[in-house]
Ligand binder design. Structure first.
Ligand code: SAM
Ligand code: SF4
Length: 465
């Protein structure tokens, strides 16, 4: 809570890396208003829930968290203080009015394209609260801003302040025009938008000079990037990656999430000739059945995906792949699911995210008749996850005995341990001091497990320094 003039904000982030980026930028917006990050809602004056709407369970979590926050707010009021509650992100965008109805304790509802206006929204919420304290009637519960303003939020955000442990996210593209029939993103994040090249490059340079040795470029469809350069030309993701790779001090470059339809030739080649580009690519395929891919409106088939993988591995043989899979899309038969399992078998993944299909009201998939029973989805998900887990374990074991550069991210679970990431985004645990965090150091890998590896530093700490 308030200490002197400073106040506390607790931001809880749900969902994807783009939300992590947005939460960091909200902290940047709030800092000049006197807000520092608090470790818990109990220690905060303002709580922001930065929400995810991708699956039903993700949005339900928000309502139960809001119930807990309402109780905290009432407790504060009994003590003569207050707690400001804000809901941001995709649930705010999709269900703004519903949130205000279900939980009147919420003061601010702000969509993912409008959070640069948090200072005005906070001022308005404070005015409403002051009226209420004075016993006046205030129409409407909270303050709502879920517009897609014509000006981009990126033109109004302050310089990024947050680089955690040498690694930073950088959003370069937002929204989506692909309209996969299962997905809510085009409705919550809006039309596809690429940030101009100059603004991306400026942010990249600021992040590197603030200590980032690794940048991950983000977008809902990051490889659909088509940003305008100062000379009026349009840059692709590959061109942007090549330019950012040249920033002095930047060692690692990643991008996510890509769509198989937008993997152009230059981007594939970049995996072979940009050394900073890490040998790990997240390329969601969703299904291995052409029939289901068509029903999902993915715009690519199974062979297209297979050919892409071959070409990528042709230029970068050690490339590790991860993917997203949905099981139980309406109409998915046993044989469609077998096609997915065969694809996984043929490609070989180092990791994957897999989900049961979740019906999202307003998407075309929700209206389809042939919904798959929950028990079938559960069984398919378990089988798919077991297959991928075996591949991931084998991938980790295959690296044992090699020496790899590890970017240390945080202290490990056990005392005296630090956790870092290999170039293939594997978690690597090493005995060493917390002072390694933020540094890239060579590690000999000694054991490979299902989800991680252990290793040892090959140089003494003085040498590594
Ligand atoms: N744009 C990326 C792409 O096209 O692959 C994915 C973005 S989405 C935020 C992340 C993942 O959530 C998707 O790849 C998909 O696997 C999963 N997802 C999206 N909608 C879903 C739904 N209705 N049910 C289950 N999983 C879903
Ligand atoms: Fe959703 Fe499809 Fe767009 Fe990805 S490409 S964000 S899955 S609509």
């Amino acid at each position: 809570m308030s200490s002197g003039q400073r106040k506390g904000v607790f931001i809880r982030t749900y969902g994807c890396q783009m939300n992590v980026y947005d939460s960091d930028r909200m902290a940047d917006v709030l800092r000049p208003l006197g807000y520092d990050l608090s470790p818990s809602p109990e220690q905060a004056d303002l709580v922001v829930l930065n929400t995810c709407h991708i699956r039903e369970r993700a949005s339900e979590k928000v309502y139960s968290e809001l119930g807990r926050l309402r109780d905290l707010k009432l407790e504060r009021r009994r003590e003569g203080a207050d707690l400001v509650i804000a809901v941001a992100g995709c649930v705010a965008q999709a269900e703004g009015a519903e949130i205000a109805r279900r939980q009147p304790a919420v003061d601010i509802i702000v969509g993912p394209q409008a959070y640069h206006r948090l200072p005005q929204l906070l001022a308005e919420a404070e005015r409403k609260a002051a009226f209420r304290r004075a016993g006046k009637r205030v129409p409407g519960a909270g303050v709502l801003d879920t517009e897609f303003p014509p000006e981009s939020k990126f033109d109004h955000l302050p310089e990024p302040g947050t680089v955690r442990a040498g690694s930073a996210f950088l959003s370069i593209q937002e929204g989506c025009d692909k309209f996969c029939t299962f997905c809510i993103v085009p409705y919550t994040r809006g039309a596809e938008y690429s940030r101009p090249v100059a603004s991306v490059l400026q942010e990249a340079r600021t992040l590197v000079s603030n200590g980032a040795v690794e940048l991950t470029l983000l977008g809902q469809n990051v490889n659909a990037y088509h940003g305008e350069a100062v000379d009026g030309s349009t840059w692709s993701l590959a061109r942007l990656l090549r330019e950012i790779a040249g920033i002095d001090g930047l060692v690692r470059l990643r991008y996510t999430t890509s769509h198989p339809r937008d993997m152009d030739d230059d981007l594939i080649l970049a995996h072979g000739d940009v050394p900073q580009l890490m040998p790990y690519l997240h390329l969601p395929v969703q299904s291995g059945s052409d029939r289901i891919l068509e029903a999902m409106n993915r715009g690519h088939g199974r062979d297209h995906f297979r050919r892409l993988v071959d070409r990528l591995r042709g230029v970068r043989p050690d490339l590790a792949l991860s993917s997203d899979f949905i099981v139980g899309f309406p109409g998915e038969s046993d044989s469609d699911f077998d096609d997915t399992m065969r694809l996984i078998d043929e490609v070989g993944f180092a990791a994957a995210f897999s989900f049961k299909y979740s019906r999202r009201p307003g998407t075309p998939g929700a209206a389809l008749d042939d919904q798959v029973p929950e028990t079938v989805k559960t069984a398919r998900l378990a089988a798919l996850q077991a297959l991928v887990a075996g591949q991931q374990h084998a991938f980790n074991r295959a690296k044992v005995g090699t020496t790899v550069p590890v970017l240390f991210a945080e202290p490990g679970r056990k005392p005296g341990q630090v956790l870092g990431k290999s170039p293939w985004l594997q978690s690597v645990y090493v005995e060493g001091p917390a002072s390694l965090v933020g540094r890239i150091i060579d590690v000999r890998l000694t054991d490979g497990y299902a989800l991680s590896l252990t290793g040892e530093l090959i140089a003494s700490l003085e040498e590594a320094a």
